[in-house]
Design a protein around this ligand. Structure first.
Ligand code: GLS
Length: 801
């Protein structure tokens, strides 16, 4: 039983709640209940237990008139919630026992839950970790997002190529949220701006209704709970044209309704790139406007004016996606509450903070002035005025930064000027934000940019995902590490104890067996458990360099073929991740990995030494099984391109060693775990810039590397695509002639680091010691630490605990 199990909740009372919900919520007789019915009963029973802490926290925030944080994010990559909530409420074991007494298995029921994928990757998962941590550390907060009908597409492979299928997480309802049909806001679009008694007024052309759906977010130990409020676009009843319907034109009758609903219909499947689409801008405004209206309304419930808004409200913009929040707040203050423009701007800036998550130019949102004028004419005027003020501030500068340049509105610059704090997500990234992305802004506001290195929640990513390791830790250092992750340091004292290292090795094996079984059941894939498990799992992107990994795998295969008895360490290469549907190069790399896998996995000479496993449809649930089962974590992006990474943290916390470049949070992970316990390779950020400026760098690098020449030749000749020898011609050609991501330049050093991995793994005791030291020194990367830093450095909010 966990430390904080509420004494009031016994197995017997949990069991009777389950039966009650089975009967009255699911409407089923236990005799004829399906796994789905049991899940409905279980989730409602758990949700009931969330309500007390939820109400208590909300009440206290009101009574004490506490400042609240509003985390605005287009993405929350939540995953499943059943076990997470059970753990945080201290009811995991009680729930399992109660179910067992009814002949039902907890894990079977929990696994029936769809994986809520309202996000693309790291950015969305970070938002979910921060929500959980804000509740755990007692930071009064709301998460605001969109209730997409369809989350991130489901990936399958057909002949090794990615297929995208619609995701349908709401098909059977969502037991976690409470619909709030009374909490609706109209969000305006288009129309005109006109003057009335010297005041500008926006008359939108259309309105769409945003309806709230609330889920409680309970922190670990159940001491505090916050709200995740997701907006759904719900058409006004009057949009339905009954006349047309009665005249038989059913499609036309439903059209305005369908258009309105499209705002929360699908999650954009891009990660770090944005399609410049009107729908995307409209979705962003829909989220922002509904949330800001809600925030203002809540403030005015017990305050007479908005003058003191900054004392009670902190709004965090998760990337530029909600960056229209600045102009929206200014508009409300000026147009609706009679504020002077400059005062409204200053006040908004005190309220807002902006987190930058990437330097990739294609990810810095820009909208054309024409599109802005069409969708948000009043906001465009406000941005123009802010731009003027900004230019005046930079008087004398030859190259002033602009909010509007040419016919483009720069959302990054807008977010910067309307925020009192701008943060990067790792030390290296923040430095690059300062020097490369916003130097002009930084010169004007030298205190505005701060670093807050990302973190991950140890509840989901250790306690839930890796029960065997979590139990060993608790047995060794006692409870409490779950909320004080620095305590893992106490494990260092055991790093030379053979019995402890052996116990650690047993937990790794248990995780491998668990994952192996899951892979078999879900995907009919075989994972040997006696091999070094070497994983690269993340979105497919050229800068993340899955290509470097698969090319090295080919080299490794060729070497084994040449000398099968050289004492190779058996390895499984795991790849998992989705490519944006329109990202053709990333999709070619998926195909290449699957083609190489086809050859390698069917070679009887090497099968026992090398396997490639690429399960489709990587998501939070898969990560929870895969990460604990891994020995080696591939964090091999081109230096300067991965803002932080958070998968890197999850692997190291679960005792995988990292092979990585000096990029993003890798730099800090290496500092914490120690250079001896990390396999470093590759060019640094400065060297990357220098190398890119050298003409013919890729050709030169390839000509220096015999291994690389052999691999590229094999790929170019069609060794892995005999049915279509030139399938990967473009990939190979690009390697020789361009290679922006410096795969060739880093290849030999990566190869060297992989040989070191091989050598280290042969010495089992040494490897396990390194892994244990990684775990012991990862405390810093708890998202509780990150959230506390936001509270003091950005939000000015105190813990209520
Ligand atoms: C991202 C970055 O690419 C990641 O490096 C980072 O860890 C994450 C969270 O800060 O944000 N930015 C982005 O657009 N998608 C991401 O995952």
């Amino acid at each position: 039983m966990t430390e904080h199990t509420s004494p009031e909740t016994s197995v017997a009372s949990f069991r009777s709640s389950l039966l009650k919900h089975l009967q009255f919520t699911a409407g089923k007789d236990p005799k004829h209940s399906t796994v789905f019915d049991w899940r409905i009963a279980l989730s409602h029973t758990l949700r009931d237990h969330a309500v007390d802490p939820w109400f208590a926290s909300t009440r206290r925030t009101w009574d004490e008139d506490r400042k609240r944080v509003y985390y605005l994010s287009m993405e929350f990559l939540i995953g499943r919630l059943t076990e997470d909530l059970a753990i945080n409420l201290g009811l995991r074991d009680i729930a399992a026992e109660a179910l067992e007494s009814l002949g039902v298995d907890f894990e079977t029921v929990a696994s029936e839950e769809p994986d809520a994928a309202l996000g693309n990757g790291g950015l969305g998962r970070l938002a979910a970790c921060y929500l959980e941590s804000m509740a755990t550390v007692g930071c009064p907060a709301y998460g605001y997002g969109l209730r997409y009908e369809h989350g991130l597409f489901e990936q399958s492979f057909k002949d090794g190529r990615q297929q995208e299928n619609p995701e349908n997480w709401l098909a059977h309802g969502n037991p976690w949220d409470y619909a709030r049909p009374e909490t609706v806001y109209g969000v305006g679009f288009g129309g005109d701006v006109y003057e009335e008694n010297g005041v500008l007024r926006w008359q939108p052309g259309t309105h769409v209704q945003a309806q709230a759906f609330d889920s409680p977010v309970v922190g670990y130990g159940g001491k505090w709970a916050n709200t995740l409020r997701l907006w759904a676009a719900t058409p006004n009843a009057d949009l339905f044209d009954l006349g047309r319907f009665n005249s038989g034109d059913f499609a036309a009758a439903a059209e305005p309704e369908a258009l309105a609903r499209s705002l929360s219909r699908v999650l954009y499947p891009n990660d770090t790139t944005d399609g410049g689409k009107q729908l995307r801008l409209s979705q962003e405004y829909f989220l922002t406007s509904a949330s800001v209206q809600d925030i203002v309304r809540r403030h005015l419930v017990n305050h007479d004016s908005l003058e003191n808004l900054d004392a009670h409200v902190a709004i965090q913009m998760n990337d530029t996606h909600p960056a229209i929040a600045g102009p929206e707040l200014i508009r409300i203050l000026v147009d609706e509450h009679g504020f002077d423009f400059d005062r409204a701007t200053d006040l908004s800036t005190l309220v807002l903070g902006y987190t930058n998550h990437t330097l990739l130019p294609e990810a810095l949102e820009r909208w054309t002035v024409g599109l802005m004028r069409n969708v948000l004419p009043r906001h465009l005027q406000i941005i123009e005025r802010l731009d003027q003020k900004f230019v005046e501030l930079q008087a004398g500068s030859h190259h002033p930064a602009r909010l509007i340049s040419g016919d483009q509105v720069n959302m990054g610059d807008l977010a910067f000027t309307t925020s009192h704090r701008v943060n990067g997500v790792s030390a290296l990234h923040t430095e690059l934000v300062r020097t490369e992305l916003f130097p002009a802004h930084d010169a004007l506001h030298p205190d505005r940019i701060v670093n807050i290195t990302n973190g991950i929640t140890p509840r989901r990513w250790l306690k839930l995902a890796n029960p065997a390791l979590a139990d060993l830790i608790t047995k060794t250092i006692g409870e409490g590490w779950e909320t004080d992750l620095d305590r893992l340091r106490e494990l260092e004292a055991h790093a030379d104890d053979p019995a402890f290292l052996n116990a650690f090795a047993q937990t790794k094996l248990a995780a491998k067996e668990r994952f192996s079984q899951w892979l078999k059941e879900e995907h009919d894939l075989d994972l040997p458990t006696n091999a070094l498990v070497d994983s690269q799992v993340k979105r497919m992107h050229e800068y993340k360099r899955q290509l470097l990994n698969i090319l090295w795998t080919i080299a490794h295969y060729q070497r084994i073929k040449r000398d099968p008895n050289a004492g190779w360490v058996p390895r499984v290469k795991i790849f998992a991740g989705k490519a944006a549907p329109s990202y053709h190069t990333a999709k070619d790399i998926i195909k290449l990995i699957n083609d190489v896998a086809e050859v390698v996995n069917n070679d009887p000479e090497t099968q026992h030494l090398l396997r490639i496993v690429f399960p489709p449809n990587y998501n939070v649930t898969m990560a929870e099984k895969l990460i604990p089962a891994s020995d080696l974590s591939e964090q091999i992006s081109t230096a300067g391109m991965e803002a932080s990474g958070t998968g890197n943290m999850k692997f190291a916390l679960n005792g995988a060693l990292t092979i990585g470049t000096l990029d993003g949070a890798n730099v800090e992970i290496r500092e914490h775990v120690g250079a001896d316990n990390f396999f470093l390779f590759g060019l640094t950020t400065e060297e990357v810039a220098q190398r890119r400026s050298q003409r013919g760098h890729s050709r030169a690098a390839i000509e220096k590397s015999q291994a690389l020449q052999d691999i590229l030749q094999a790929v170019a000749e069609g060794t892995f695509s005999p049915d279509e020898p030139y399938r990967f011609g473009q990939l190979v050609d690009n390697m020789w002639n361009s290679d922006w991501f410096l795969v060739a330049s880093d290849f030999d050093d990566y190869d060297r680091a992989q040989q070191e991995v091989e050598e280290a793994y042969r010495d089992t005791a040494r490897w396990n010691r390194m892994a244990v030291l990684n775990i012991a020194r990862m405390g810093y990367f708890s998202s509780d630490r990150s959230v506390r830093e936001y509270m003091t450095e950005v939000w000015g909010v105190e813990s209520a605990l």
